[in-house]
Design a protein around this ligand. Structure first.
Ligand code: HEC
Ligand code: HEC
Ligand code: HEC
Ligand code: HEC
Length: 417
């Protein structure tokens, strides 16, 4: 007790300089054990109290754990219950932080609310220190290596596979060589998906495309749209009879929506630059005679005659299409690299305030990532991260971290200067 008081009375910076974090690979001092200085705490020394716990504190914490926590979090902090996280080997300051969050109802969870209310802050520090001192759960066994090659997880590759039947008409990589059939490159995925759904519902009439659209699940469709959006744009390799200069003039009023050179800035308005001319002309006719219905396009085409349509089509077909602004989805490795920047190598956090992810329950990791996405659990760092994740990313990341070997960490306070 006396030791701790004297530590607390020195200035934070000096104190921190005296702290070395020593990673104890509890599985037996394996190579790679490293000593490193602890980082400055964000919220003052109080946040790190659990890190400085003595072995007597830990023994007290064990009693609290056995009487109040073990029935849910399992003996030795290894949970056997879905939706209840392992606590064994979790970082001490992080545990204390979360316990305080439950108590202050910053984090609302009925299972935890009742329990933390009756415990003093001192008890929370000790129980946090106790759980942090335990050996982490064993990781979930590694997955058998996939027998078939391409990772289904990568949406663009999955899209390519699902688009195998489209290339015959729309051209390899979506650049059309068939007059009357549109190129699929340089279309925003939002517009692409809306188009396919319009064929599916019959709002856009085309028998072949109706059956093509019916053959794709929503997930496939998203992947196919993404795949085409990521292909290198090129002009359709089809003839475009018509007077481009006359077309440019006739298209003066179209630029407000489609862009002066046919590059739309709005995801629901298609870009028309480099599109197959015969298809463009056919669509203008379809809007005019009402076979393709759209409120925005009704009045622009009303005054166009057959010749103007052909010229406009020739003008747009001659323009250079541009890549759509879509983000290539990250692979699991790229995701994990980002997570590890905060959560430590393979999810073994070396910052006592940041949770370890390694060997945590898979169902818990997935649940938490969903909670951050929905805002049910609040953290600015994690909301920003999880907002960009797909369902598939969440699954893969949860599975990845549940399979990493967990390493407990003990911070050893060295005697001060
Ligand atoms: C009635 C069952 C129950 C008991 C008893 C219980 N917990 Fe929990 N605990 C849960 C559940 C369920 C969650 C997940 C809550 C959530 O989704 O936020 C949880 C979450 C936690 C978390 C958050 C972990 C993280 O990584 O975010 C900590 C820390 C925790 N419990 C510590 C304790 C301690 C310490 C005790 C004993 C003093 C205790 N719990 C008693 C059910 C319980
Ligand atoms: C048999 C030839 C054929 C096949 C196969 C085919 N399409 Fe089409 N597709 C067309 C034609 C023709 C049109 C123009 C239809 C119209 O008049 O609306 C079209 C239109 C489209 C459009 C609308 C483009 C725009 O600019 O609005 C999309 C999107 C599309 N196809 C996607 C696909 C996908 C994805 C596949 C594969 C799953 C596919 N197509 C397979 C012939 C085909
Ligand atoms: C008020 C905005 C607006 C104006 C002005 C406008 N468009 Fe459109 N255009 C749209 C929207 C939105 C769509 C997509 C409608 C749909 O889903 O059928 C579209 C669709 C099209 C398509 C179909 C493209 C494809 O890939 O299927 C063509 C071709 C087209 N416009 C040409 C023109 C021309 C030529 C003009 C000028 C004479 C024009 N548009 C003026 C908004 C506009
Ligand atoms: C900028 C730093 C940062 C990055 C990058 C980051 N996290 Fe976090 N993460 C945090 C913080 C801070 C918390 C604690 C938030 C809280 O109090 O709820 C956290 C909490 C978590 C938790 C909750 C752990 C538990 O047991 O309750 C999970 C799961 C998680 N992060 C997963 C991830 C994944 C997966 C990634 C990568 C896609 C990631 N994090 C990237 C900072 C980060």
């Amino acid at each position: 007790m006396k030791g701790r008081l004297s530590i607390r009375s020195v200035p934070v910076a000096v104190m921190l300089a005296c702290i070395l974090a020593i990673m104890l690979l509890l599985a037996g001092f394996a190579p790679g054990a490293a000593a490193q200085p602890a980082k400055a705490p964000p919220g003052g020394t109080d946040d790190l109290r659990a890190v400085y716990a003595t072995s007597a504190d830990i023994a007290d914490g064990k009693r609290v754990a056995e009487s109040s926590c073990a029935r849910c979090h399992g003996a030795n902090g290894i949970s056997n219950t879905a939706g209840v996280p392992h606590l064994a080997g979790q970082r001490a300051a992080y545990l204390h932080l979360q316990l305080r969050a439950y108590r202050q109802t910053a984090r609302v969870q009925s299972a935890m609310d009742g329990i933390v209310k009756f415990l003093s802050d001192d008890a929370l520090v000790k129980v946090a220190a106790y759980y942090a001192s335990l050996e982490p759960a064993r990781p979930v066994a590694a997955k058998p290596a996939p027998k078939t090659a391409p990772a289904k997880s990568d949406p663009a590759s999955a899209g390519k596979a699902a688009a195998a039947s489209c290339g015959g008409c729309h051209g390899e990589n979506g650049v059309s060589k068939m007059p009357g059939t549109p190129s699929l490159v340089a279309l925003d995925p939002k517009y692409f998906i809306a188009s396919m759904n319009a064929y599916k519902s019959g709002q856009r009439k085309h028998d072949v495309m109706k059956s093509m659209a019916a053959g794709l699940s929503d997930a496939d469709l998203g992947n196919v749209a993404l795949y085409y959006a990521l292909q290198k744009p090129a002009r359709a390799q089809t003839p475009s009879p018509g007077d481009q200069a006359a077309g440019k003039k006739a298209a003066a009023s179209c630029g407000a929506c489609h862009g002066d050179l046919g590059i739309s800035g709005n995801p629901v308005t298609p870009s028309v630059a480099g599109q197959d001319a015969q298809y463009l002309a056919a669509m203008l006719r379809a809007y005019k005679d009402g076979t393709r219905k759209d409120e925005s396009m009704k009045s622009p085409v009303a005054a166009l005659d057959e010749r103007a349509m052909r010229d406009i089509a020739a003008f747009y077909a001659a323009q250079q299409p541009q890549a759509v602004n879509v983000r290539r989805p990250l692979t699991l490795t790229e995701w994990a690299d980002r997570c590890d920047r905060c959560h430590g190598v393979n999810g073994n956090s070396t910052d006592p305030l940041l949770p370890a992810l390694a060997a945590q329950r898979e169902d818990w990791l997935a649940k938490v990532l969903h909670d951050y996405r929905k805002g049910a659990r609040k953290s600015s760092a994690m909301a920003a991260m999880s907002a960009l994740m797909s369902e598939g990313d969440v699954k893969e990341l949860a599975s990845h971290y549940a399979r990493q070997t967990g390493r407990a960490i003990t911070y050893v306070i060295l005697p001060g200067k």
